[in-house]
Design a protein around this ligand. Sequence first.
Ligand code: GLA
Length: 384
Amino acid sequence: MAKQGPRQAGTVLFREVFGTAPGIGASAPGRVNLLGEHTDYNGGPVLPIALDRRTVVHARPAHGFRFVSALEPGVVERGIEEGPRGHWTDYLVGVLRELAALGIELQGADVAVASSVPAGAGLSSSAALTVSAATAFAALAGKRLGPEALVDVAWRAEAGYAGVRCGRMDQTIAVFGRPGKALEFDAATGDRRMVPFPGTVRMIDSGLRHALVAGEYEHRRIECEEALRRCQRIMPDMTSLAAIPVRALPRIGRALPKILARRVRHVVTETARVHEAVSALGRGRSMQFGALLYAGHESLRRDFESSCDEADAIVALARKAGATGARLTGGGWGGVVIVLAPERSADRVVMRIQEGFAKQYGRIPQQWSGKASNGVRIESGGAG
Ligand code: GLA
């Protein structure tokens, strides 16, 4: 977003389109996942931070629903009983339906959305939207959802109505994010623990955009489900891929088709890496933490095959430029590579990566930096 932040942009847009001030505003952050990729839907741990980039949803009671976004021209009118359209407003309709299922029913609302979270970049723009929308809509009805219920509504809207069978990482960090902290979230038990992360993350955009709904993400989920069924034939007690111990990998390698064995190896080693990373962060061991990021990327590239050439190039350039760690973050097949480097050399590292990338691909990749920030909040008005 240009000069003004999404909060101001959303208020201005609301006035322009609906001719009045919004009654309520709520915002939620995008995220970067530091480590623990494709583990959440396999019963494993993740380690995201909430970003200082946010999506703001402004709303006011009305007859029927009208939606507008700062990112797209036009006002969209929809009824909440209709089916999904494969459109960004599906996320809002999904949230309204989930709230209605909890007895929080709105007759109508005018809604304006503005955001500084780049869409499709692996920074979880969709959870920023569902979590902020659920908060704003509940407040419009004079209700306030507890944090767990909020995660649930947002996750159901996306995994159910919008049709992306995602895990719960993105909604969880959008609700529970804290400044200076990463969140270790165990998808199997629901346990959450804050881990110190005072540093700055650099993000380099590969420029490739993924489509989670139809794409490889769903394909990997199906592979993981099939892999678990086969693992259970030889290890009947295993309830998830993440529960498999590293020492069982050679046996699994012999028993499963090669591709499925590689998917399992990614989930199992990634789970171990998150645990190591949490202890490295707790002790302030940034070199060890960075090395785990590089190893995580290699595992995505080779075993989970969810990377892309541009992301691999950025990681290789980061290593050459002296970054302490780098890896593709989020769903995969494009989006953002996170880069960690000591503050004094980070600008130089990023510049070198951009130059090297421009030589290979003929364009300078966009870059952002971010720090661990707060989760969802009410911006103005509402039940508080
Ligand atoms: C997407 C999903 C998350 C998670 C990541 C991969 O962001 O929404 O639930 O599965 O991909 O780690």
